[in-house]
Design a protein around this ligand. Sequence first.
Ligand code: SF4
Ligand code: SF4
Length: 367
Amino acid sequence: MFNQTAFIEKIRTVGFSLGFSQIGITSADISHAEPAFLAWLDKGFHGEMQYMSQHGTKRTRPAELVPGTVSIVSASMNYLPSNGESWISKEWQALERADQGVISVYARGRDYHKVLRQRLQKLATFMAQELDPLGYRVFTDSAPVMEVELAKQAGLGWRGKNTLLLNREGGSMFFLGEIYLSVDLSAHAPTLPTESHCGSCTACVDVCPTQAIVEPYLLDARRCISYLTIEHPGSIDVALRPLMGNRIYGCDDCQLICPWNKFAKLTTLSDFDAKAHLTHQSLLSYWSWSEEEFLNHTQGSPIRRIGYERWLRNLCIALGNALRQSHLSANIHQDIRAALSERLTYPSALVQEHLNWALQQHTSSLP
Ligand code: SF4
Ligand code: SF4
């Protein structure tokens, strides 16, 4: 007779051998999360992420996305680079260096979509061999999937006030992936939802440079630097630009400040190791990349997906913010202005508008 409990243990063992740090299994019923999600959409907090709204209730009703889904494997994979010792203090220091560009920690290595997808696929193949017939589909941030809610329900952690999944053993420095299953394995999965350990802490809400966490557990993506630098396609609100500092791709502040991230684990996979040219280089060296160099330097990286135009847009904001900093030397200011001016005729209205804004920051910072 098929022993589900033993099978779930095997899934975990295989999952851990593939580099996953946690594996949980949950029922596909997350209907309790639907009202809050729809209210979030109603407020327009998803900004221009139309994919958030266009899939209707597929996100909150997994069986509408993959018919026949009754349970779901939720898996996490640590991504903190294995060369990332003392990472929290290094990241805060980099944010203070206005002439350096800061790229979110998760994006400095290989694109997680590919790494996770391949490994989830291997895990799913193992399951299908053992449990025939099994219908399944794997997801890695690539479809309307409520991954934090599923992970929470699968016992991988709690949803922090910064809206990310947290756990006591690994903070929030991990990716999530899912396998939708046509067989109900949840009844025998020894996982229980984890209670919240945020307590009275509000550090993430307080530290957010743009006040994007409008209240605990509620994110206005339109103000979030991760959204603005990665997802937002057009002009960035002038009022938010000075608050973005030197963050040119993503933002980690609400994770850096989280006390649970003192327990974040280094990845066991070299795929996520930080590439030197994507880690704390000068803004001017990033700005000097031609489009071809941008494509070469970001090959296999998630950064490539924003394209060269958004890359330059983000850099214009960071360079403009550097020009506002009186503690940087006159020579640095001069080099930045000269480098910006070289692209005054760059054939993109978006880049030109941000570039002109950047040059004006120098004038506005003069006594
Ligand atoms: S990623 Fe940055 S901007 Fe977005 S909520 Fe967190 S601290 Fe705020
Ligand atoms: S910083 Fe504090 S409130 Fe925010 S997620 Fe971490 S523990 Fe929770």
